[in-house]
Write a protein that binds this ligand. Structure first.
Ligand SMILES: [Zn+2]
Length: 264
């Protein structure tokens, strides 16, 4: 059984490489490492050179839109052309973050979407409190043929059929397994098509509750808990329980879906 992490940030300083190696020993195989701004793209590329299981994706996160340097989109194109198997992301829309600028976020979103379509890359989308504006874009724009990932999905079940029709994949994050979001288990059990389900940690972000952790990372300087890459193992076990299948079956399903979206 080898797991595929559909979304993580091993390039962040909170993740020592020993934790990545521990995750590999625990059964995590390929992991899609998402760059979030030009300042970390080279670190992501270096991780890709270090181990082919470190898959790479380059993008401008909505939180980084306000500080993006002039010409970032051209730099992004250069990285994508130099890495033919890379995805585009993490990008998206976020109307929760302080002082967000919806017009600037949408402009950055559309620029990255257009690159993903032109270069035929999988797109990884972050969406927080912005599902309406996201749907407006997805319903009208050209979309990547191979599909796109709605990372850490916790949106409304009503939109799942339409999103699946548009090419969406949905990743399961143990971070959201809290009583207030109990309907998420139902979504992954019955509403989301099985061939569109992935699993992710977002490590070191989105640390799940203690019962969903396999290992611990040191907390950040401000005390924020950090999500260990090995926690994907517990996440897969929870998805398996949710779907009523074995962890082996869940691992095989999500690995096949990962390969279809991101390439083998
Ligand atoms: Zn992320």
């Amino acid at each position: 059984m080898e797991l595929r992490d559909a979304h993580c940030h091993y390039q962040f300083a909170e993740v020592p490489y020993a934790a990545v190696e521990q995750a590999r020993a625990d059964g995590v195989g390929q992991a899609m490492i998402n760059g979030s701004a030009p300042a970390d793209w080279e670190d992501v590329a270096a991780l890709g050179r270090r181990d082919p299981r470190n898959r790479v994706s380059f993008g401008l996160h909505p939180w980084d839109v306000p500080t993006a340097p002039e010409g970032w989109a051209e730099t992004l194109r250069t990285y994508l052309v130099a890495h033919p198997a890379a995805g585009v992301g993490e990008m998206g829309l976020d109307r929760w973050v302080k002082d967000f600028d919806p017009a600037a976020q949408e402009k950055a979103f559309r620029a990255q979407l257009a690159l993903a379509v032109e270069l035929d890359r999988a797109l990884t989308i972050h969406c927080v409190k912005a599902i309406g504006p996201l749907m407006d874009i997805l319903r009208a724009a050209a979309l990547p043929r191979r599909g796109f990932l709605l990372h850490s999905w916790n949106g409304p079940v009503e939109l799942v059929p339409e999103l699946a029709q548009l090419g969406a994949y949905f990743s399961f994050s143990a971070h959201h397994l809290i009583p207030r979001k109990a309907d998420l288990r139902v979504q992954f059990a019955v509403a989301i098509p099985r061939e569109r389900i992935l699993i992710e940690t977002d490590a070191p972000a989105l640390c799940p509750a203690p019962e969903f952790r396999l290992r611990e990372l040191a907390p950040a300087a401000d005390g924020t808990e950090q999500n260990h890459p090995s926690n994907l193992v517990r996440n897969n076990a929870e998805l398996a329980k949710t779907m009523g299948v074995t962890p082996e079956a869940s691992a095989a399903l999500t690995a096949a879906n990962f390969a279809r979206l991101f390439g083998a």
